[in-house]
Ligand binder design. Structure first.
Ligand SMILES: [Fe+2]
Length: 153
């Protein structure tokens, strides 16, 4: 192979690789959504960088009075704050109570919107209530956080 052919082949290969990675990254969310895939924290002792940046963390009081409003904060991700850039951001954060969606915020523009969210809710029935959050990254798909329990008194 002559030098010129070698250089051309190298450039073509690099271009193909770059295009492949962009398509893969952009297509991951679509593929996950079609498959209904929800990512979770696989190993609490040794989370991956993707998990650190995408698994949401719910912060709520340990106990609340029934019928009184209180705040639930959701941080994305649970160890490293997710970026907010025009081409890569958290486009939705959902709050679930006992496995049922009760609220969500939608961020339509990266770079301006925070990856974190704050909800104000109230609970009417006494007992232990499970709170969970789901976060969507426009590139890296859907992530479910660890459950947090609130005692309603
Ligand atoms: Fe992401």
């Amino acid at each position: 192979m002559k030098r010129r052919q070698f250089v051309k082949a190298g450039v073509a290969g690099a271009t193909l690789l770059l295009a492949g990675s962009v398509v893969q990254a952009g297509g991951q969310k679509e593929a996950d959504a079609k498959a209904g895939k929800i990512n979770t924290l696989m190993n609490k002792e040794n989370p991956t960088v993707l998990e650190k940046k995408h698994v949401p963390l719910v912060e709520a009081p340990k106990s609340v009075k029934k019928g009184e409003w209180f705040q639930v904060k959701v941080k994305v991700g649970f160890m490293i704050e997710h970026p907010s850039k025009p081409d890569h951001w958290i486009d939705r954060v959902e709050l679930q109570v006992n496995g049922k969606k009760v609220s969500e915020i939608v961020n339509v523009a990266g770079g301006t919107t925070s990856p974190n969210a704050c909800f104000t809710i109230r609970l009417q029935k006494p007992g232990d209530v499970k709170l969970e959050a789901v976060a969507d990254c426009n590139i890296h798909g859907t992530w479910l956080g660890e459950p947090v329990y609130v005692k309603v008194i």
